[in-house]
Design a protein around this ligand. Structure first.
Ligand SMILES: N[C@@H](CCC(=O)N[C@@H](CS)C(=O)NCC(=O)O)C(=O)O
Length: 195
């Protein structure tokens, strides 16, 4: 086995890479960066100190997007189109924002304090979800091509954001339906966040 994925069982960024690597042989090395040992180890591997990191033999690949490009090149997966790249940027934008807000809240910050920068972050999420909705409407769970890096990314994000109670999808029925429709897609069950 050549690939080692350094990750966690909760991170949506790690989950989307686990999903895209579903048919590849790899081992998951779980790291908890909230503990000193895990944090020191992660810093020694990745100067950005973030998960996921992929090791392919001696090669170290940082960042989920670059990991995807690396795997796509190695496995002859079709490159993403410009429209797909934009969708991925939007999904990752929501993911970055929600993860930052979650981390700030966990650290004790009052997200309802009215701070204008925090407010800007909070508003970003529904804007992005509305942008994504027309594309999500075109997805068909019975079409195997529609379970791809974009939908894996969206699934990982939406599941995580609800799991962490960081966003209520009640005003986004199309996105709620998406989670339902793709819940049996390959790898979803095996990568579910442990309760
Ligand atoms: N751009 C990175 C973002 C990864 C990321 O934010 N990972 C989170 C876990 S979900 C993390 O490691 N956070 C640690 C920190 O921010 O200190 C990627 O796509 O891999």
């Amino acid at each position: 086995m050549n690939y080692t994925l350094i990750g966690s069982l909760t991170s949506p960024y790690v989950r989307k890479i686990r999903l895209v690597m579903h048919d590849l042989d790899f081992q998951l090395e779980v790291v908890n960066y909230l503990e000193e040992t895990g944090n020191d180890y992660l810093k020694s591997v990745n100067p950005v100190n973030k998960l996921p990191v992929l090791m392919d033999g001696e090669k170290v690949i940082l960042d989920s997007r670059i990991i995807y490009y690396y795997l796509a090149q190695k496995n002859n997966w079709a490159p993403l189109t410009l429209d797909e790249e934009n969708i991925l940027s939007a999904i990752d934008g929501a993911m970055d924002t929600s993860i930052s807000l979650f981390s700030l809240k966990r650290g004790g910050l009052d997200l309802a304090s009215g701070n204008s920068y925090i407010q800007r972050q909070i508003e970003r999420v529904p804007n992005i979800l509305n942008f994504l909705t027309p594309w999500v409407k075109t997805l068909d769970e019975k079409n195997p091509k529609h379970w791809n890096f974009l939908t894996m990314s969206l699934y990982s994000y939406l599941y995580w954001v609800e799991f962490r109670g960081m966003y209520n999808l009640q005003d986004h029925p199309v996105l709620k339906e998406f989670l339902q429709k793709f819940k049996d897609a390959p790898g979803v069950l095996e990568t579910t966040i442990p309760a």
